[in-house]
Design a protein around this ligand. Structure first.
Ligand SMILES: Nc1ncnc2c1ncn2[C@@H]1O[C@H](COP(=O)(O)OP(=O)(O)OP(=O)(O)O)[C@@H](O)[C@H]1O
Ligand SMILES: [Mg+2]
Length: 312
């Protein structure tokens, strides 16, 4: 709604009985409305999260980035483990510049974004930088803007989050359209996964969670663990979780050396790589195709991030 009569150009309203001051103010308002883009093309944003640390988020996020890229989707992985980033190591990238320089205004997005050897782009995070672990409001606003700029170029934008409930981590989940919650069958990991669901659902009741149970010893244990988690989430916070699948506890993952390219690229027919491929396909289906699509400007990822920031 722009306040004009149907079929009348906005200029026509100017000719009403407004004084010079009113005209100026109203004119600026209308100009703002006219110049605001009604809609934009944007990637689907998927956050990879967990409560407990070390559940396999970065392993899953980097593997998904490679698989989605290979499926023909324009993909960027954003390393949102602020201050303790490691996705560059898992993707075989040695970045000279990171999110730290980008947010400090010392580098542009094009200078910081890198294309990993397997194809997906990476927005690398900083490692061992305390300032990044405690982002200021200015940093958060800058980050929201960069997320919007990345999303405008891609089909899918993956956010690899740090563990826990730091404000920037919760904010990234609130801004994402889908949250892949990575947990393990052990009770400690399930309790922490529930804590994340509770924190996010309190702030956004329509958050969509897709659960992956990682490091499963016996096939089928993942779904049993999911059933416990979803039952507790339904009873206590009224949230319906969705099951995306399980990944086996596989020694080839731990034996894979840091600096090597991801396992899904070096050993695409290994059992764990096939499980990951099936998971990437399910994610694509559940999310409705993971293609760039038109989004109203006020509903884009940048706007969502900024809006939720006000309620943290
Ligand atoms: N399916 C698996 N089988 C065996 N080992 C695994 C599996 N998934 C992940 N790992 C191993 O678990 C460890 C933690 O994985 P990863 O770094 O991906 O976890 P994370 O959730 O990102 O951790 P953090 O919370 O510190 O960011 C790594 O050594 C990784 O190789
Ligand atoms: Mg990680």
């Amino acid at each position: 709604m722009d306040g004009t009569a149907p079929g009348r150009p906005p200029e026509a309203v100017h000719k009403g009985g407004l004084g010079p001051r009113g005209k100026g103010l109203f004119g600026r308002l209308l100009q703002g409305l006219r110049s605001a883009p009604a809609a934009r093309q944007e990637a689907v944003t998927v956050a990879i999260a967990s409560g407990k640390g070390g559940t396999g988020k970065s392993f899953l996020a980097t593997s998904l980035a490679v698989l989605l890229h290979r499926a023909g989707l324009r993909t960027t992985l954003v390393d949102c483990d602020f201050g303790l980033a490691c996705d560059h190591l898992l993707l075989g990238v040695k970045p000279a510049l990171t999110l730290q320089q980008l947010l400090a205004g010392q580098a542009t997005l094009d200078q910081v974004l890198c294309t990993s050897p397997c194809g997906p782009r990476l927005l690398p995070g900083a490692s061992g930088v305390r300032r990044m672990a405690n982002m200021t409001d200015k940093d958060l606003l800058g980050f929201a803007r960069e997320l919007g700029a990345v999303a405008a170029r891609e089909d899918v934008m993956l956010l690899d989050l740090g563990a826990g409930i730091a404000p920037a981590t919760i904010l990234s989940m609130l801004a994402a359209e889908w949250i892949v919650l990575v947990t393990q069958p052990e009770i400690a990991a399930l309790v922490d996964a529930y804590a994340i669901v509770k924190c996010v659902a309190q702030l956004r009741s329509d958050a969509r969670f897709l659960v992956v149970v990682n490091r499963v010893g016996t096939p089928g244990r993942g779904e049993l663990a999911f059933q416990k988690l979803t039952e507790v989430a339904r009873q206590h916070v009224g949230v319906q979780l969705h099951y995306l699948g399980e990944l086996a506890d596989d020694s080839s993952v731990t034996q894979h050396r840091l600096g090597q390219l991801p396992l899904v690229a070096t050993e695409p027919d290994a059992p764990i790589a096939l499980e990951l491929k099936a998971l990437a396909e399910r994610l694509t289906t559940v999310c409705g195709g993971l293609r760039q699509r038109e989004v109203a400007a006020e509903h884009g990822v940048e706007a969502r991030f900024k809006q939720h920031r006000l309620f943290l």
